[in-house]
Design a binder for this molecule. Structure first.
Ligand code: SF4
Ligand code: FES
Length: 402
């Protein structure tokens, strides 16, 4: 799974007035700054092997995952400090045998629940049980619009057909559906058909998420990097579809920042709007944060509360706000708009998370990454390194071979 956390799911009450909601709940923690939404990565186990997976290359083994009781305690604590939405993700969250129990508990403590899933492990009965337990929203990832491309990218036979089936059950059970499509050089030609597929599935929302290059995607960058022409065509297709499908399908578009002039405001700024909880209970500013070496991320198993970790831990405060910024960010008029871009990308490309994100045209490295993107897009091979617990397996040209 490659979760993209957005504001897609509605919150209880008026999200625009989030702080007053938190205050009205008499939150135990300081209300200022507590995120409204949290991503819980329940497990890194997953039957899919997507080469752009947002999980770290060093996957967490099942034995270190939080127990059912530990997750329940976390969910209760989140609700108490004023969090409103929980996004259950992974790996594949339904690989946890206790997923229905966790959704039920989240629901009982008043959290809005979203399931971010590859869908391939779900049966109709399981989905119905989740709906009965209070599940509010389902997000299903798709790797293409037909099995030849989609099953190869996922590294799992018959995955695409199963996803279509689960998407239909989702709507039959009257659950809102988001289709998440991670796009790259080897499936961008299917974008128009993926948009139509989302309409046909009666999805409320489609996330067109160009791959972001850290972790597994960085390993596979040469096989995934789109051409500039593909990106221009993608923007044209998305803009046309947004107008044509207004009121039918909402489309979120995540642009590939190697070709951008300004970086994305990653996670809304480090430690400003979101946090993730890893399978072993670490509180992280984003899903890729553990790729940055030298930062110590505290766990829910530590002696500290979640609110304390969010507000006071060194790892969250290191890149919070604008005080840490080097030039050119420090004197830039956009510094409170993009917060210097993405710390994980800065680390992946420069070796220092405290540098300006090279996606920014003002970074001294920008031209170099633009050229890298162009070269890899035109000369990179198509073979994937599939994501797995062995550190990756190179595609052999067998069942999913090119
Ligand atoms: Fe953003 Fe820094 Fe670039 Fe300014 S210099 S646009 S703050 S990344
Ligand atoms: Fe970690 Fe952007 S993904 S800050």
């Amino acid at each position: 799974m490659s979760p993209t956390l957005t504001d897609a799911a509605p919150s209880r009450g008026d999200a625009a007035d989030g702080l007053s909601i938190l205050e009205s709940r008499k939150s135990a923690a300081e209300t200022f700054g507590i995120p409204l939404a949290v991503l819980a990565e329940l497990t890194h186990r997953c039957p899919l092997q997507c080469p752009y997976c947002s999980n770290p290359v060093e996957l967490e083994r099942g034995g270190s995952e939080l127990t059912t009781d530990e997750w329940k305690k976390v969910l209760t604590e989140l609700a108490e400090i004023g969090v409103l939405q929980i996004h259950f993700s992974g790996g594949e969250p339904t690989a946890r045998k206790d997923i229905v129990e966790l959704v039920q508990h989240a629901s009982d403590v008043g959290l809005y629940t979203n399931l971010i899933t590859s869908a391939v492990l779900l049966t109709r009965d399981k989905l119905k049980a989740l709906a009965d337990a209070g599940l509010c929203h389902v997000q299903i990832s798709f790797q293409g619009n037909e099995p030849v491309v989609a099953d190869r990218v996922a590294g799992l036979k018959n995955a695409h057909e199963k996803k279509l089936e689960v998407a239909r059950w989702t709507r039959e059970l009257d659950l809102p559906l988001t289709v998440n499509a991670v796009m790259h050089r080897q499936n961008l030609h299917q974008l128009a058909d993926i948009i139509q597929m989302a309409v046909d599935l009666d999805a409320d929302r489609l996330e067109v998420a160009n791959v972001q290059y850290y972790g597994w995607a960085l390993k596979n960058r040469a096989a995934l990097m789109p051409t500039l022409q593909q990106i221009e065509e993608t923007s044209r297709i998305v803009e046309e579809a947004e107008v044509r499908l207004k009121g039918i399908l909402a489309i979120d578009y995540v642009v590939p920042d190697y070709y951008a002039l300004r970086p994305k405001k990653c996670m809304g700024g480090w430690g400003r709007q979101f946090f993730n909880i890893s399978p072993a209970g670490k509180i992280l500013p984003c899903h890729a944060a553990e790729t940055i070496t030298g930062l110590d991320f505290l766990s829910v198993r530590s002696n500290h509360s979640i609110a304390w970790i969010w507000q006071n831990s060194e790892a969250f405060n290191r890149y919070r706000g604008t005080g840490w910024m080097p030039e050119p960010c420090q004197s830039c008029e956009f510094k409170e708009i993009d917060f210097g871009g993405c710390r994980c990308q800065a680390f992946a490309l420069t070796g220092d998370a405290g540098n300006t994100d090279p996606a920014c045209a003002l970074s001294p490295m920008h031209e170099q990454i633009f050229k890298t993107a162009e070269t890899e897009a035109s000369h990179g091979g198509d073979r994937f390194i599939y994501r797995n617990f062995a550190g990756g397996t190179v595609e052999t040209g067998g069942e999913y071979g090119s």
